[in-house]
Design a binder for this molecule. Structure first.
Ligand code: HEM
Length: 207
């Protein structure tokens, strides 16, 4: 028995990194559009017009990859069981010195909420983005509301992605290996996702 178990296959990892790269392309090409304070970021893409063009096509790519990623993981995320409710009650144990044991499956409740939020928010972001892209075809109030929602969702995206990046790296050492190599250490799987580990290794729940 090796020390590692498979967590994500190559397709899942490639999709995740496509989502991440297109996310950061959207972030930096969009910053200059968000506020005059950030106009300097246009220089990264050779000027304002080029930034807008790249922002539009990176958005289409991000939507396609995010939709595929969500479809891939949907059946692992679209339910919250008693253990997930216990995770929410304890806020994942992150605020406690001596957290209770939480029997998480492949994804814990926070990861499921993050994945589902990102899925819904991506569709809203794409919908409002299309209205802004083809603004002359829509009533002016629809364009105004879309601009407001696009900007607010952007703030939420950034906040969630910062927390996600922290939790999958320094917050929980050993996690990033899953997205780089596809495998995680057995000891990591037992600690963070005990129910999932029992499922894949065919073990019984200890009494
Ligand atoms: C900023 C750099 C990022 C890093 C270092 C990172 C890292 C990771 C890692 C290591 C996992 C696997 C977690 C596990 O095995 O339990 C993961 C999962 C995931 N990532 Fe990222 N990611 C990043 C950015 C993003 C972005 C920008 C998005 C979407 C906009 C995203 C969406 C997801 C989703 C939906 C999952 C599956 C659910 C979850 O684990 O929360 N990630 N990420």
């Amino acid at each position: 028995m090796g020390n590692y178990v498979e967590r994500f296959n190559a397709r899942e990892r490639i999709l995740h990194w496509f989502v991440m790269v297109s996310f950061f392309t959207l972030l930096f090409s969009g910053l200059g559009l968000y506020s005059r304070l950030f106009h300097g970021y246009f220089n990264l893409f050779g000027g304002g017009e080029m930034s807008i063009l790249i922002h539009k096509y990176a958005g289409v790519f991000f939507l396609a990859c995010s939709a595929l990623l969500l479809m891939n993981h949907f059946s692992e995320m679209n339910f919250f069981d008693d253990d997930d409710r216990s995770w929410f009650r304890q806020l994942g144990g992150y605020l406690s010195r001596d957290p209770e044991h939480i029997d998480s499956g492949k994804f814990n409740a926070g990861q499921k909420a993050f994945g589902l939020f990102m899925g819904i928010a991506t569709f809203l972001m794409a919908g409002t983005g299309l209205v802004i892209w083809f603004a002359p075809s829509f009533p002016v109030d629809v364009v105004r509301i879309s601009l407001l929602m696009h900007g607010l969702l952007f703030i939420m995206f950034i906040m969630f992605v910062i927390v996600h990046a922290y939790l999958t790296t320094i917050g929980n050492p050993g996690t990033l290996e899953s997205m780089i190599y596809g495998n995680v250490r057995r000891i990591w799987a037992k600690k963070h996702h005990p129910k999932w580990y029992r499922e894949i290794s065919g073990q019984e729940k200890p009494g």
